[in-house]
Structure formats: structure tokens, C-alpha cells
Design a protein around this ligand. Structure first.
Ligand SMILES: Nc1ncnc2c1ncn2[C@@H]1O[C@H](COP(=O)(O)OP(=O)(O)OP(=O)(O)O)[C@@H](O)[C@H]1O
Ligand SMILES: [Mg+2]
Length: 266
């Protein structure tokens, strides 16, 4: 398969981006796709902590030229269920990557692309908010999953993210994931509210890529620094994640995922 770069974004913090990024990376790996999980949360990187990994290097050491991308990735062993993948850690709390000059953001993008070319899949976990650097990274990934929950603030923040990114030149393909859903119907309602706002004010709406149920065991897995899919194979969120990983390419291929094409079609 050709290399694909998918960023996970949301606007609002704490909606499950990092959880989904890890779970998706593991799902792709279980589908026998060579996968890299890259921590692109430039302010509060914590993928290595959630996985209990001691990273060899991190994104900052790459950007500052102290390490090359290939040396800075660490292997994460998927354990008995398979699904090992590589991880490019971030540097939590340093803040150094947040205020990168435009030229360095471009270089960062280029080195991410070069590294991603060696994998079938690269999943990039982004930070919350609408930082310019974060939006730049989201845009050059080409495909962005926007995560929301049933909280009203999550809806407005997801809308704001979609609005801002879709109005940039070279806007990426967009699709939506409803996370922490109580059930299918509630999740459909949550998506429908976002869809209505997007169509009314932006003239297009990104398609729904998947629904992931809420499960208290997600929190337990993070606390245990073990991936959820490994720790809770029968958990209520497992099916939604598997389906998302299996169908994501079809969803991103839809016309409505592409802001410019979709807006013109309305
Ligand atoms: N499907 C789910 N069911 C239950 N809890 C969940 C689910 N997804 C995420 N959570 C919980 O929500 C919290 C936030 O998750 P996570 O850190 O992945 O969010 P985030 O969007 O990456 O946050 P930030 O914006 O701070 O980076 C965690 O405590 C996690 O356990
Ligand atoms: Mg996060």
C-alpha cells in the first residue's frame, strides 16, 4: 500500500485523541501494516508515558538536528496479540516545538514525510487548540480525523477546527470520529449536530468515519501504561476502533472528506 499519514485532531482537549492514536496505530499494525505513531502534541506530548516506553530520542532532537528521524524512533512491542509499531516520541512540557519559526515547521514536515515514506501508515497525535504550528502539521498530513464527544464544547471546538483548517490553502481531507459514545444513536445525534453546523456555515460537512464507545477500562489501561486493545480485548470500545481502522481509507476517499471539492458540490 502507499504510505498514508493521518493526523488526529479535535480543537478541544481531553476528548481521546491520544487514546485513539495509539489504538489506531495498534489496529493498523494488527492488519499487518508497518506503522509509525508520531507524537505531534507539541506542548504536552505523552504517548511514551501512555505506552510505558523509554524513548531513544524525540521530535525535538530531530528538529534541532541532534538525531535523525530513523534513529529517534523506538519500537513498541505489541505483545501476545501482535501489533507492534514504531513510536516517535514528543518532548512533554518543553514548549520548544510550539513556537517554531515557519522555516523549521517546513523542515519538520519534510522529515516527517520522509520518515512516513518508510511505513504503510503514520498516525500523528496532535495537541488541542488551534495553534498555527499544529494546524500546519495537520495540513501537511493530508488526512485528518477530527475527534469529538457529546459535550457541547467539544462540538463547538471541532467545528472551529474544521472551519479554520478547511479555509487554508491545501486543506487536508477531513473525517469525524465520535468518541466516548454511550451508544450508536447518541453518537449519530452528536455527529448530526456537527454536520448541520458545518453544512449551514461552511457549505460542506466531513463524513463520519467511526463511532467509538466509552469504556471505563480505557482509563485503567492508561493508568497501567498498557495499550487498551492489549489489556481489554473484549472492551466496549474495541469493535469501533477495529471498524475505524478497516474502513478509514474508504471514508477519506469520499468526496465530502475534501473541503474544496465538497463545498463546490453543495
Ligand atoms: N472511549 C473512551 N472511553 C472512556 N474514556 C476515554 C475514552 N477515550 C478517552 N478516554 C479518557 O479520556 C481522557 C483523555 O484522553 P486522551 O488523553 O486520549 O485525550 P486527548 O484528546 O489526547 O487529550 P489532550 O487534548 O490533553 O491531548 C483519558 O483519561 C482517557 O482515559
Ligand atoms: Mg493527547
Amino acid at each position: 500500500m502507499t504510505a498514508s499519514l493521518i493526523a488526529i485532531a479535535s480543537g478541544k482537549g481531553g476528548v481521546g485523541k491520544t487514546f485513539l492514536a495509539i489504538a489506531l496505530a495498534q489496529s493498523f499494525a494488527r492488519l499487518r501494516q508497518r506503522t509509525l505513531l508520531l507524537d505531534g502534541d507539541l506542548g504536552l506530548a505523552n504517548i511514551d508515558v501512555q505506552l510505558g516506553l523509554q524513548p531513544k530520542g524525540d521530535l525535538l532532537s530531530v528538529v534541532t538536528g541532534r538525531m535523525n528521524m530513523a534513529d529517534a524512533v523506538s519500537a513498541f512491542d505489541g505483545g501476545a496479540g501482535g501489533g507492534g509499531f514504531d513510536v516517535m516520541a514528543g518532548r512533554s512540557g518543553s514548549g520548544a516545538l510550539r513556537s517554531l519559526p515557519a522555516r523549521d515547521v517546513h523542515l519538520l514536515g519534510q522529515s516527517i514525510k520522509m520518515t512516513a515514506a518508510r511505513y504503510d501508515r503514520t498516525v500523528v497525535d496532535l495537541g488541542a487548540g488551534l495553534d498555527t504550528t499544529m494546524l500546519d502539521i495537520a495540513a501537511f498530513c493530508g488526512q485528518v480525523l477530527v475527534v469529538l464527544t457529546d459535550e457541547p464544547t467539544s462540538l463547538t471546538d471541532a467545528y472551529a477546527f474544521i472551519k479554520v483548517i478547511s479555509q487554508r490553502p491545501g486543506a487536508p481531507a477531513l473525517a469525524v470520529v465520535v468518541n466516548m459514545a454511550r451508544d450508536e444513536r447518541e453518537a449519530q445525534r452528536t455527529y448530526a449536530a456537527l454536520e448541520r453546523a458545518c453544512i449551514k456555515f461552511l457549505g460542506f460537512a466531513p463524513p463520519l468515519a467511526g463511532i467509538v464507545r466509552g469504556d471505563p477500562r480505557v482509563r485503567d489501561a492508561i493508568r497501567a501504561q498498557t495499550p487498551y486493545l492489549t489489556r481489554s480485548p473484549a472492551g466496549t470500545a474495541v469493535a469501533g476502533i477495529g471498524k475505524l481502522a478497516a474502513t478509514i481509507d474508504t471514508v477519506f476517499a469520499e468526496r465530502s472528506a475534501h473541503p474544496h471539492l465538497a463545498a463546490r458540490a453543495q
